[in-house]
Design a protein around this ligand. Structure first.
Ligand code: SF4
Length: 211
């Protein structure tokens, strides 16, 4: 089992040599806002919205000058705009008042911000501060359980399985590789197993073909 896991990790490494986050951002604050907006929304759509939003409101100080209704109108295409606007304004206010206008770099402070849960905190820690962390989004959850890198029905246990099975120095890169694999190959409804370079190591694929 362990050998299979190590083989998967090596194969993923060789397929995705330099995987990157597909959200556009120019600062830690822009990253945080983009990740909040990306819940239940595609990165592509978030990038369209943030291109406009960040032209004027790219710092927490500027963001909190926006009335909530105006922010809601700008971010409406991302869905859940009422909640997202209120989280962005609340967390921007906290960043200004409690963190000197800077996004905090520790998990506890990040998770104390409005709208920031385990996944968002882990994305910010790894992308902004290069702290090893695995954020389990819908793609990472699906791909890691299909491959057999995790064996769980919930996100938190999947994160624990991945933290146990994947060497810590590979967490950041591996997370982005799984996101890309889930987005473009191991799709939710119709995984492209026949063209997937991981099929010979995949638990889901083996099970499907032995039925
Ligand atoms: S073989 Fe199919 S299920 Fe397994 S990782 Fe590839 S696409 Fe996903």
């Amino acid at each position: 089992m362990k050998k299979n896991i190590l083989d998967i990790i090596d194969r993923v490494d060789s397929i995705y040599e330099n995987p990157k986050c597909e959200l556009n951002f120019n600062s830690n604050y822009e990253l945080l806002v983009a990740v909040i907006l990306s819940a239940q929304c595609t990165d592509k759509r978030v990038n369209i919205v943030t291109k406009f939003l960040f032209e004027k409101y790219n710092t927490p100080e500027k963001m909190i000058t926006l009335p909530q209704e105006k922010l809601e109108a700008i971010i409406r295409p991302c869905g859940f705009f009422h909640n997202k606007a209120s989280h962005i304004l609340e967390c921007s206010k906290d960043i200004v008042e409690k963190h000197n206008g800077k996004v905090p770099s520790d998990k506890e402070s990040l998770k104390a911000l409005s709208g920031v849960g385990e996944k968002t905190a882990n994305v910010v820690l790894s992308m902004a501060f290069n702290v090893p962390a695995i954020a389990v989004d819908t793609h990472v959850f699906r791909v890691s359980n299909r491959l057999g890198l995790a064996n769980s029905h919930d996100v938190l246990h999947t994160q624990k399985d991945l933290e146990k099975n994947v060497p810590k120095d590979k967490w950041i890169k591996f997370h982005y590789a799984l996101v890309l694999h889930g987005r473009y190959v191991c799709k939710s409804q119709r995984p492209l197993c026949e063209s997937c370079e991981l099929s010979s190591l995949c638990k889901y694929y083996k099970n499907k073909n032995t039925k």
